[in-house]
Every structure is written in structure tokens, then in C-alpha cells.
Ligand binder design. Sequence first.
Ligand SMILES: NC(=O)c1ccc[n+]([C@@H]2O[C@H](COP(=O)([O-])OP(=O)(O)OC[C@H]3O[C@@H](n4cnc5c(N)ncnc54)[C@H](OP(=O)(O)O)[C@@H]3O)[C@@H](O)[C@H]2O)c1
Length: 269
Amino acid sequence: MRELAARGHQAVGLGREELDITRADLVEQAMRLHRPDWLINAAAYNQVDVAEREPLAALEANGVAVRHMAVCCRDTGATLLHFSTDHIFDGKKSTPYTEEDVPQPVSAYGVSKLAGELYVRAYLDKYYIVRTAGVFGPAGRTTNRGNFVELMLRLAAEGRAIRVVEDFYASPTYAPALAARCVGLLEQAPFGTYHIGGGCAVSWYQYALLIFGEAGIRAEITPTSEKEYPTPARRPKYSVLSNAKMEAAGLDPMPPLEQTLREYLKARE
Ligand SMILES: NC(=O)c1ccc[n+]([C@@H]2O[C@H](COP(=O)([O-])OP(=O)(O)OC[C@H]3O[C@@H](n4cnc5c(N)ncnc54)[C@H](OP(=O)(O)O)[C@@H]3O)[C@@H](O)[C@H]2O)c1
């Protein structure tokens, strides 16, 4: 919303209280009321582990609800920008995933997000599917879900012994930088599927060390692994996304992780 306003676009933001995206009638009503040129869907069922026991709830919000939006966009001529995820991949690669790589989710969440992508492509020509990964941004300071940076800082402040996996690779993505490129896509890029990740590859352990380094905090942290820290849902071990297509479309490369962490921490002071 901030990025759209900064670039002079008129935008209406609807949270869960204003619009339940799983209700086709309400989605249609909202589209009729606001008549948007662009519909940006950042809502999702994203409890990756809980989705293993609630696969239908995940499918409803991440798949079928996206179909409601795609159908409305088709009928009104609006462009849909829909957020997807690295979890549509199995994470078996060791080089950044491109838009050409074949999706192979390994969890109920991943399957539900892939279903959303398929619905968008099934009904629309005018769409952007933006796959991102490991997002952190200012909203994480106030939302229930938080973000990885806040989690690390909180555990360190509580003096807890911290264990972070070193056998999973992320490309942490700074939300304001992601938002700027998404609006850039809407303004100027050809339609299609784009990867917008942080642009670097770090293990979650290295990422935590970077956070503490930039924050100037001494924390009791040790590396761990998937074996010692199993979770109900499988996650891609390697979640690094290639931003080459986004850059070829004329958008600025993502800023370095250290710079975005500094920016994030400064705004937090
Ligand atoms: N965060 C990441 O690291 C990451 C990585 C890759 C992709 N993504 C994608 O980015 C998008 C945004 O994720 P996020 O991380 O920003 O998540 P978030 O902060 O949890 O935002 C998702 C929002 O969707 C809302 N929502 C859930 N079900 C809804 C429904 N039926 N109707 C209306 N609103 C509903 C949630 O409300 P409640 O809080 O009330 O449930 C929440 O406000 C998602 O598509 C996600 O798959 C995120």
C-alpha cells in the first residue's frame, strides 16, 4: 500500500475483516464496488506445518479463492498480481531456481500454492505470479506471525540458547524492496511468472549470524540440522530464486542482504 501511494496510485487495502477471500460472493462484490485495474492478492493460508493436518483449508484459501479472483479479473479485465512461493519447488537444486524449473511441491502448503498458480494461468492472460521466499519487513514487528529477524532478536534478548538449521538455504527478501519491484512489474513488465527473492544464498544459520552481526548483539547460537529439528511439513532445502527474468524486464536488482538488514534494524530503533 505504501509503495503504491508513493508512486501516485490510488489503492484500497482490504484485510481479512473486510474481505474473506474464500467467499466467492464477497470477492465479486468487492470487485464490483472498487472496480480495480489491478488486483494484488497477498492473502494466504500460510501455516505450513498446520496445513499438513488441514490440507483442505490450505487449498481453499490458496487455490480455490485464487480461482474466484482470477475469474473476477477475467470478467472485468483487471490484471491480477498474485504472490506465490519457493515452496512450490522441492529444493533439490543447488543453483537458483528459475521460472523455467518444474514445480514439485513437497507439502500440502506447496501443493495448495501451486494450485493457486494453476488457476491464475487457467483463467487469465493478464497476470503476474510473483514467487518470493523468506520475506521480512516492518510489518513483522507488529503482526502475530512476526518474521525471522524478530524471532532471532527476541530469543537473544531473552538470553535463550539459539539453534538454527544450517542445511537449509534461503534468499531472505526485504518486503519494501519486493513491493517496489512488484509495482514496477505492474507498471512496465510483460505479463507472466517472475521470481523475486533476496538475490543471495545463505543458510538460515548464516542468516542468523548476519542479523546478530548487524544488530551488534552477542547471542548464544549453534548450528543444527533437519535431523535434529524435524517439522511436520517438509520444506525445500534450497530456496534460492534467480531474479534474472525480473532484472531483464528492466527492474532494479534486489539490494544486498546486509544493506536491507541495516535498513530494517535502523527503522526499528
Ligand atoms: N512470508 C514469507 O516468507 C513468504 C515467502 C514466500 C511467499 N510468501 C507469500 O506471500 C504472500 C503473503 O504472505 P505473508 O508472509 O505476507 O503472510 P501474512 O503476513 O500472514 O499475510 C497473509 C494475510 O492473509 C490473511 N488471510 C488468510 N486467510 C484469509 C482469508 N480467507 N481471507 C482474507 N484474508 C486472509 C491473513 O489474515 P490472518 O492473519 O487473520 O490469518 C494475513 O493477514 C502469500 O501468498 C505467501 O504465500 C510469503
